[in-house]
Design a protein around this ligand. Structure first.
Ligand SMILES: [Zn+2]
Length: 288
């Protein structure tokens, strides 16, 4: 990634670092170290106060803005507003993100944050909510499974999806996490044609996952385990073929169907899928 945002570059200059992601991660690590914890969630509200955040408000944020929180200057400090219609875990993730904005706000004033800054606030916020060292140690105890992700979520109090992403980022185990929902491909969307199908909406894989190609948009056969779990909205764990036109390998599949509420749109159904390699099978039979 090439960094061009002058505020990002100035932040690096001030903190004597060359890579903005490393700089923001270290700043957030230092902030967490002010109030270290052996267990339980990061005391984010207290850490926010050390960053000159005077108040954290929870109020509805217009769905049209597409954001789940924002930070403004007020009375020589900052005030953060979080969308009170978001589930608690998502509000925790948003709070970590907004607190990270304070590092950029102290560098310079501007009308709106750039995409570079937004990305770095995701990186920093993740470190605040799920600190790498503690998260890695906890994950080693609970193991990479849906149950393990859920235990991590309870321990650090982030959202399920953000927790799963963090697990994929930090684990040495070959694993891949997917969210699928009924949708058209982007191309079909543009043309306004095509039957919506159960497809991968977003995905993330661990460093050691053997298949490096993209899963986005890959469709599931109606007879596949994942499609059945989506329809039944239940939970299953099986050794099975994925049942897709690409990546149709033999995996240990854990799938959980659930619905989530998105703004005023009401409930949407989706399925979360964790893929791991069948024991003793290596990558044999997993032809992408
Ligand atoms: Zn932001």
């Amino acid at each position: 990634m090439e960094w061009t945002d002058p505020v990002v570059l100035e932040l690096c200059r001030r903190h004597g670092g060359a890579d903005p992601e490393t700089v923001i991660r270290e700043l957030c690590r230092d902030l967490v170290a002010v109030c270290p914890r052996d267990s339980g969630p990061t005391p984010l509200r207290m850490l926010a106060s050390f960053r000159n955040v005077r108040d954290i408000r929870e109020a509805p944020i217009a769905a049209a803005t597409g954001c789940s929180g924002y930070i403004v200057r007020e009375n020589g400090g900052y005030v953060i507003t979080l969308d009170d219609r978001e589930p608690r875990g998502r509000r925790v993730i948003s709070l970590g993100h907004e607190v990270t904005h304070t590092y950029f706000l102290e560098v310079g004033r501007r009308a709106a944050a750039t995409l570079e800054e937004e990305h770095l606030c995701d990186v920093g916020g993740t470190e605040l909510v799920m600190p790498e060292v503690r998260f890695t140690a906890f994950l080693r105890q609970v193991g990479v499974s849906m149950a393990g992700i859920e235990l991590c979520r309870k321990e650090f109090e982030g959202s399920f999806e953000a927790t799963a992403r963090r697990v994929m980022e930090l684990t040495d185990t070959p694993a891949c996490f997917l969210i699928a929902r009924v949708r058209r491909t982007r191309d079909e969307e543009r043309r306004g044609a095509g039957e919506p199908r159960l497809r991968v909406d977003h995905w993330t894989a661990s460093r050691s996952w053997p298949d490096r190609s993209c899963y986005k948009g890959v469709a599931f056969a109606p007879s596949s385990l994942v499609a059945e779990v989506f329809t039944q909205q239940d939970e299953r764990a099986e050794l099975a073929r994925l049942g897709t036109n690409f990546h149709d390998g033999l995996y240990h599949i854990e799938a959980t169907g659930y619905s989530y509420v998105k703004g005023a749109d009401g409930a949407h159904r989706q399925v979360a899928v964790l893929l791991t390699l069948p024991e003793g099978h290596g990558t044999r039979g997993n032809v992408a």
